[in-house]
Design a protein around this ligand. Structure first.
Ligand code: NIG
Ligand code: FE
Length: 390
């Protein structure tokens, strides 16, 4: 197995509090990273780096763990440009727009679905994302949901069954029948291809009782729960997620004090998705309130054609710093280690021995530039599993 050292790193985010001078990010200045195969073998000050076969000079740039995008919806066809345009003239966002994408997705071939997925994954990789979770949810029939998951599983281990995105249009008058389908035949067909089960718990989608039935059925089939919660309005989603030990409650835009307390006293991560508030002109989730209460916060793109059509984690980091009360350090932590926590993974989201060698190199001397220089393509190198990709 050949080893490589990346030297001359001005600032290295390790997310290992035992390293460096910054307890949150484990920041090491004038640093080096040694990669052995697909793993990190060593991190520390350049002057102490062990000898290796190959040497790469980072040229005084910053290096951080590859972004962990723990929430996306990339199995879709078509787009919703007209809906976005109408929204920017004042029309509100609602769950109903999902139907447009369901129709386009059902009409697409497997090859078209996979081509779309690959396109957005390549886009994300160029912006520093090395791990992504993605969901079904635009098929809403047993055949369409299971094929979306099979396509997704060819590209990531973090696959989520979201048959409960909205009630399928053909069963709109009989939501109980749709819940029975999702928890029965559809779950049977989908469970073998997924790790997670998710539900959109919201007015116009699924209420608390339906969401509980769906997540409980998924758990019984060996899927771990996560939940779209409290996005468009206050509701039972966050507390249901905590009760069921969901790995993550996602959106968390409308939270009561009891919701914040529940998250703070659980291992359910609050995953904030500022691309959605940007694209729906909604109020921002309050990251500061969650962090001050002691909750774990992740940042993710929610990339989808309706509410958040961005694959850029750097964009989300900049929004979170500008509008959600996060410091640049907190936002970078949430987009890396926070995403890993939301996927219950300890082999990604950090750069210390044993972790996967997933690294993002910035054309900047510090990770702070991700928020300080918004909209600028700063990612100049990406290594995934020890292999240089960008
Ligand atoms: O996470 N909220 C539910 N699902 C997506 C939006 C889906 C769509 O509008 O197509 C979200 O924002
Ligand atoms: Fe989502």
């Amino acid at each position: 197995m050949s080893s490589t050292v990346i030297t001359n790193i001005a600032a290295l985010v390790t997310n290992d509090p035992s390293l460096g001078d910054n307890s949150l990010l484990g920041l090491v200045r004038d640093a080096a990273v040694v990669i052995d195969g697909d793993r990190v073998a060593w991190t520390g000050e350049s002057s102490k780096a062990p000898a290796t076969d190959n040497r790469v000079d980072a040229g005084g740039r910053a290096v951080l763990p590859g972004f962990v995008d723990s929430h996306s919806h990339l199995l879709f066809a078509g787009d919703r440009t007209e809906e976005f345009n109408a929204r920017m003239s004042g029309r509100p966002y609602s769950a109903g727009g999902i139907r447009t994408t369901v129709a386009a997705t059902r009409a697409a071939s497997d090859a078209e679905l996979e081509a779309g997925l690959t396109r957005y994954l390549e886009e994300a990789l160029r912006q520093g994302t090395t791990t992504f979770e993605t969901k079904s949810g635009y098929g809403l029939t047993t055949a369409d949901e299971s094929r979306a998951l099979r396509v997704a599983a060819r590209h990531t281990d973090e696959v989520t069954f979201l048959g409960a995105h909205i009630v399928a249009p053909e069963l709109a008058e009989d939501p109980a029948a749709y819940v029975a389908l999702v928890t029965g035949e559809m779950l049977d067909a989908c469970a073998p291809h997924a790790r997670w089960i998710d539900v959109f718990c919201e007015k116009g989608a699924f209420d608390g009782d339906q969401a509980r039935a769906i997540l409980t059925a998924g758990k019984a089939r060996g899927l771990h729960p996560r939940i779209h919660a409290n996005q468009l309005s206050y509701g039972p989603g966050v507390q249901l997620g905590v009760e069921l030990d969901a790995a993550s409650a996602d959106h968390c835009t409308h939270l009561t004090d009891a919701d914040v307390d529940a998250l703070a006293n659980s291992r359910t991560v609050a995953t904030l998705l500022p691309g959605a508030e940007f694209s729906t002109r909604a109020e921002w989730p309050d990251a500061r309130r969650l962090i001050d209460a002691g909750a774990t916060v992740a940042l993710s793109t929610d990339c989808n054609p309706g509410s958040s059509f961005t694959s850029s984690v750097p964009f989300c980091v900049a929004l979170a710093v500008r509008d959600m009360g996060m410091t640049p350090d907190e936002a970078v932590w949430s987009a890396t280690a926070g995403g890993a926590a939301a996927l219950r993974r300890d082999d990604i989201g950090r750069l210390s021995p044993g972790a996967y060698a997933d690294l993002t190199v910035l054309d900047a001397p510090s990770h702070v530039h991700l928020a300080y220089r918004p909209g600028v393509p700063l990612v100049s190198g990406v290594w995934r599993r020890g292999v240089r990709k960008v």
